[in-house]
Design a protein around this ligand. Sequence first.
Ligand code: IFM
Length: 448
Amino acid sequence: MTNGFPSGFTWGAATASYQVEGAVSADGRGPSIWDTFAHTPGKIADGTNGDVADDHYHRFEDDIRLLADLGLNAYRFSIAWPRIMPGGVLNQAGLDFYRRLAEACLANGVTPYATLYHWDLPQPLEDAGGWLVRDTALRFRDYAVAVHDGLSDVVKHWMTLNEPWCSAFLGYGNGEHAPGRTVGADALKAAHHLLLGHGLALDAIRTEGSTYGIALNPAPIHAASDSPADRDAARRIDGLRNRLFLEPLLAGRYPADVLEDTGTTEWFAAQEADLPLIGAPLDFMGVNYYCPTTVAAPDGPISTPGPSTQPGSENVVAVDTGLPKTQMGWPIQASGLRDILVTINKLAPELPLYVTENGSAYPDVVTADGEVEDDERLDYLRQHVAVCKDLVGEGFPLKGYFAWSLLDNFEWAWGYSRRFGIVYVDYATQQRIVKKSARWLQDLLADV
Ligand code: IFM
């Protein structure tokens, strides 16, 4: 183990269905909220959509071979609900696609890690109320059972949801993401229904011999100063971003201060019977980490307690602490990865953790020699992988690391204008170019 990681460590790269697959009308797939949103003028910065994306639907075999050639041993992908149940009834052709994909992984010595929901809710379910209604959680359970029944012989590692914070607060809170609704504090209802969907699905699909978890995007939240107002701002954002999800999942309770801040105490009291299901034991937790956040109270008085969908909203201001930033404007601080993993470990000391996403966007260019020399991304990966190595060395229960992303892809509201891949995609030709950062990872993994 010269690279410092044990031989059983999981090394992967991740993608998500709408961001890479394209083929949005193939084989009976129906529309999702992201098809609708991306085709609504003004929603995506570069006016693009996921209609073609990386054409991974047709190119997955080559892409998985590429991943295996890099020395990675796991592929985290998501399953598109609108391929499986476009209108509530099972679409076998959709399931067949993911069987082919999982089998291609296995044929290449790559372990498939499937996420059941990475934000592409079938549009008919949104039309019926989306995540603001309880019924969507029940439909998620039905969909999860159909997928699990169909694929559990080839997929042994399952994540229910990816980043429910984004689905709830960006989807229903500030409308930056599909479905683009802005319902204020009612976005917390979406968070609860997502967590309920997680609990119902897990309860229905859990089978001996496989592992089940969820991928969250918690982040260390710092106060800009020691002033009571700034510390309170940090408490509120930490509550919304982290504790609202971690506590019901790991401690079987919602944080009372968050419900109070948002005026939802009464509504949540009526949902209390759901907590045992939501808090049922997990086999692992996935942590998607990009950056920490520093917040302050605004100069003026804090307005009515609201959902503060994210720093920069009306109640809290995000503060630039002078750290170097990626193209997303996200500050780089690898120690934040340690901080957030340790926070989770304190809540659940035995729980295996995986870094299920970690990466950075930079404006890559292809050189005259056809190379992509993405030194900044390489450095970002190097710093974060070093944190993982230290933790593993200390005996911390960290079991794997997935780079975000295998491929440049459709970065939601940014369209294709932000590249996170360790493999470059020329969208005009669909040519893949292995970036220098991927070569660095390849060398690290070869150093056993
Ligand atoms: O691209 C996203 C991914 O879909 C979810 N986690 C964060 C990534 C970068 O923004």
